[in-house]
Ligand binder design. Structure first.
Ligand SMILES: [Zn+2]
Length: 466
């Protein structure tokens, strides 16, 4: 969707190609695009001269030598094309402005969400739809409007900044870029954002969108400001659309999660959520030394949470047993608990059942981990041992993640020490693989001694001294 810089670019292009032109008549191919009366639209514009185009928020305003202004929104895919009358309209052209000079301006919209309407010129900013739009960062003289609107809001800052009634212009792309520049986690409750941070949000909104305007906006997937012009700012984006890439500041893989229903990319290291304790997620295949790592970090002041223990506890609950029976009707219960060995055999035999059970259990485990984490303050540190950290999606709740790798020899050694059924355990873990865009913050290869493992961990903790 075009954002403020793209709309500004389109407005500039329109001033270059159509400012000063006189409309001989308007052809309305799709009447639904016109929000005001269609007959009035055509009669008012017939013979009107376009004095100038301006932008308000993400709206484009046609200023005419009439008592009306034309207010237009591109929505998802709206575009303009300027053509000679000899060239036929395209089948996605919805409105054609024919000029007296033998050319025409086509409003083209494949998705058909774009709108146009005539609004009385007198006080048009106080009339619908512009009265619902706040000033953009370039029109504001400081950040107090933001601070006053959000200082008591408990919701995440990202959806607040997308609220066009407070400050207009920031859409999904630029909110992610601005929050990255300010080192603010998109889920930070708005009321925890300081006045100084709102100053920074305002400053970076102007800086980033100002540079994007100079570069002609950002071309993402299907959006082009106008024929023949591509936005070059896409090359300067630092987080948007770069899930799994390394953060330009610290090298941590960027993560993407949904915040307020919108895909959001950020650096979990640079953009800490200050409302939560620091959370390190530890994962790796069976026998890679996850518990060893967590127990060591516990001696260094971390609070240790173990997803396996949570699962054990869940298996004792009647409600969970009933839930599992939906997938495994002959589920074995031993001493009031789910018999893990028989469940494991069932899972190995049936990959489809495995998927269902995992999804069901993952949700419950995440809920419980989060419940326990919320008991601790933002100054504390938590280490979570989660064998299926990335598969369950819990990596997105962690500030950082640690992946343990191990060769088969050390793995078998570790397992034999624990008197595990080595062969079965290895088979269950055979598919322990991550997708390409799932990268842990740290990777430790744990084939050496306990002392060398501790040394590697000390380096990580030291780097993260908080
Ligand atoms: Zn970073």
């Amino acid at each position: 969707m075009p954002e403020l810089p793209e709309v500004e670019t389109v407005k500039n292009v329109l001033n270059n190609i159509a400012k000063g032109k006189t409309i001989s008549y308007v052809e309305v191919i799709r009447p639904q695009t016109i929000r005001s009366d269609v007959n009035e639209f055509q009669s008012v514009l017939k013979g009107a001269t376009i004095q100038e185009f301006s932008r308000y928020g993400k709206y484009i305003i046609y200023h005419l030598d009439r008592d009306y202004v034309l207010v237009s929104h591109l929505r998802m895919e709206g575009k303009y094309f300027h053509r000679d009358e000899k060239i036929k309209p395209n089948h996605n052209d919805l409105i054609l402005f024919h000029f007296t000079d033998g050319s025409y301006l086509a409003f083209n919209d494949t998705r058909r969400f774009g709108t146009m309407e005539l609004v009385k010129k007198e006080g048009y900013l106080e009339r619908e739809p512009l009265n619902e739009i706040g000033p953009d960062p370039f029109m504001m003289k400081d950040s107090s409007r933001l601070y006053e609107a959000f200082k008591n809001k408990g919701v995440a800052i990202k959806p607040c900044l997308l609220d066009q009634s407070v400050m207009s212009g920031l859409g999904n792309i630029y909110v992610d870029e601005v929050l990255f520049a300010c080192k603010i986690h998109p889920e930070t409750p708005a009321k925890l954002i300081t006045k100084k941070q709102f100053d920074e949000i305002w400053y970076w909104s102007k800086d980033i969108m100002g540079r994007a305007i100079q570069k002609g906006g950002t071309t993402v997937i299907s959006y082009h400001p106008t024929e023949g012009i591509d936005g070059e700012f896409v090359n300067e984006l630092k987080v948007y659309g770069q899930n799994g890439d390394k953060c330009v500041n610290c090298g941590t893989p960027l993560v993407k999660k949904f915040v307020g229903g919108r895909g959001t990319t950020f650096c979990p290291h640079c953009q800490r959520n200050i409302a939560r304790p620091y959370v390190l997620g530890v994962t790796g295949p069976i026998g890679s030394g996850k518990s060893m790592v967590c127990k060591y970090l516990e001696t260094k002041g971390f609070i240790y949470l173990n997803s396996d223990e949570i699962v054990h506890h869940l298996y004792e609950l009647k409600s969970v047993q009933e839930g599992l029976k939906r997938f495994v009707p002959h589920l074995k219960i031993k001493d009031g608990k789910v018999d893990r060995v028989s469940l494991r055999d069932e899972i190995i035999a049936n990959p489809r059942v495995k998927r269902y059970i995992e999804r069901y259990i993952h949700e419950l485990v995440i809920e419980e981990l989060e419940r326990q984490i919320k008991k601790h303050g933002p100054k504390e540190k938590v280490v979570c041992e989660v064998p299926l950290l990335f598969q369950s999606g819990y990596n997105l709740y962690c500030d950082e993640t640690l992946m343990l790798e191990v060769d088969e020899k050390s793995q078998i050694e570790h397992l034999s020490e624990r008197k595990e059924d080595v062969e079965k355990a290895l088979r269950l873990n055979a598919r322990f693989k991550l997708d390409n865009n799932q990268k842990a913050t740290y990777t430790i290869i744990n084939n050496g001694s306990v002392a060398s493992l501790h040394q590697k961990l000390d380096k990580i903790i030291c780097k993260k001294c908080r």
